[in-house]
Design a protein around this ligand. Structure first.
Ligand SMILES: [Zn+2]
Length: 428
């Protein structure tokens, strides 16, 4: 079992179920844990918890984008059952619900929890991710939806105390979900790398995450049995989470949220389609540097990032990213409707862009979104299928043979032979 320390957090990395992981459960000081996970996931740890004699109450009554009401129920259960620790098992949502319970459980019921100041408490939280992407298990912030609006809460105390990374839990993920969550991790790492908040430590995490994902994406997605790569991608995604814990995300994430809410494009994919345009903007506007370390630092950092993609020039690095998208059967182009451009550009919270290392304005955001319209997306006809993003989430196959022609609210995918496998590209 690998054990790493990340700040106050202990990260356990182990495929072996029960036996060793009992030591993790036993480390938790609480007498009774609130276990936040979907009903379907309960069986994964139920026996182990029982064998450890861990007292517990299950909480599964939350949606995939947790809303305030879900959180209120979880807090009420935590208090009524007199729990004193939290275990979360699942994707980002389960882990975020658990963080919210920890943040809110010592607050008054009124006014809304989200209006109150978080005062840190010693309630222990063990987070167990079942996707390799969000990295939420290693960040100190959480997302919830209140009255339809996305809200973030953050406090250093919300970093889970323990993390258990178990590659076996990732194995059963549907391939489309694997892809979206992995792309989220890759983009988080790239954005973290250029963030004005980047430090030597965050860049170390981000660069390991990027190289890990580029190297292991293919065996991971193709589920190679001779070289299983779940552990590598899970580890890389965790490192990307640690990187954004330090730096937060930047422009591509800020631009992605409206694509998800308007077009129903899954988070990881929405970020991935925004990132090449954002990157191109960055490399051609270094004179607008806002990073206090100056333009020279910024350009040096961009060269480092370029080298992680195994190429020489900044422009080639963006191309390498696009080639990587192709290698995992995802084109960069999300097609946004031309008439939505204004609304999209206005929706991006300019303050959030403060982590981006060059000055970027609404008109620039507009142009980047414009690169995602049908006329600018550079379609090469016969292989392209138009397909609503909401339906895509249901598709589990990588070969989109049955796709229907549905322009406008669509994402463009290509099903042509993988022209540029990222491995071949990077070795060229
Ligand atoms: Zn993300």
């Amino acid at each position: 079992m690998v054990i790493e320390q990340f700040g106050k957090q202990k990260v356990y990395f182990d495929n072996l179920s029960d036996g060793k992981i009992k030591t993790v459960f036993k480390q938790m000081k609480g007498r009774k844990a609130l276990v936040v996970c979907s009903k379907g996931n309960r069986a994964r740890i139920g026996d182990c918890l029982n064998q450890c004699g861990q007292n517990k109450v299950w909480f599964s009554d939350f949606s995939s984008n947790p809303v305030y009401e879900d959180i209120k129920k979880a807090v009420a259960l935590f208090l009524n059952e007199q729990c004193d620790s939290i275990i979360s098992l699942g994707g980002g949502s389960a882990i975020d619900v658990a963080k919210c319970v920890k943040a809110f459980c010592n607050m008054d019921e009124k006014p809304e929890y989200t209006k109150q100041q978080i005062s840190p408490n010693a309630i222990e939280h063990l987070a167990i991710p079942t996707t390799a992407g969000t990295g939420s298990e290693s960040t100190h912030f959480a997302v919830l939806y209140e009255k339809g609006r996305k809200k973030s809460i953050s406090d250093p105390s919300l970093l889970p105390d323990y993390v258990w990374l178990n590659p076996a839990f990732i194995k059963t993920l549907p391939s489309y979900q694997k892809k979206c969550t992995m792309l989220d991790a890759l983009c988080q790492a790239i954005e973290s790398f250029w963030s004005v908040r980047a430090t030597d430590e965050s860049k170390k995490y981000a660069s390991s995450a990027i190289t890990g994902i580029l190297r292991y994406a293919e065996p991971y997605l193709e589920e190679c049995t001779d070289k299983p790569a779940e552990a590598d991608i899970l580890w890389a995604a965790n490192l990307a989470g640690r990187a954004i814990d330090i730096t937060q995300t930047t422009a591509a994430h800020a631009m992605s949220y409206k694509l998800t809410s308007n077009y129903n494009i899954p988070h990881g994919q929405a970020v991935a389609v925004c990132l090449p345009g954002v990157w191109k903007f960055l490399i051609s506007n270094t004179e607008k540097c806002t990073d206090v370390r100056g333009r020279e630092y910024l350009e040096g950092m961009l060269r480092q990032l370029t080298r992680l993609f195994g190429v020489e020039s900044n422009e080639d690095a963006v191309k390498a990213l696009e080639a990587f998208y192709q290698s995992v059967s995802m084109e960069k182009e999300a097609v946004v409707a031309k008439e939505d451009l204004e609304e999209l550009a206005r929706s991006v919270d300019m303050q959030r862009l403060g982590n981006f290392p060059v000055k970027i304005e609404t008109k620039d955001i507009y142009e980047i979104y414009a690169g995602l319209t049908q006329e600018n997306a550079g379609n090469d006809a016969e292989y392209i299928y138009w397909y609503t993003a909401s339906r895509m989430a249901a598709v589990r196959e990588e070969r989109y043979n049955i796709l229907k022609v549905m322009p406008q609210m669509a994402v463009c995918f290509q099903d042509k032979k993988r022209r540029m496998r990222h491995g071949a590209f990077l070795n060229a």
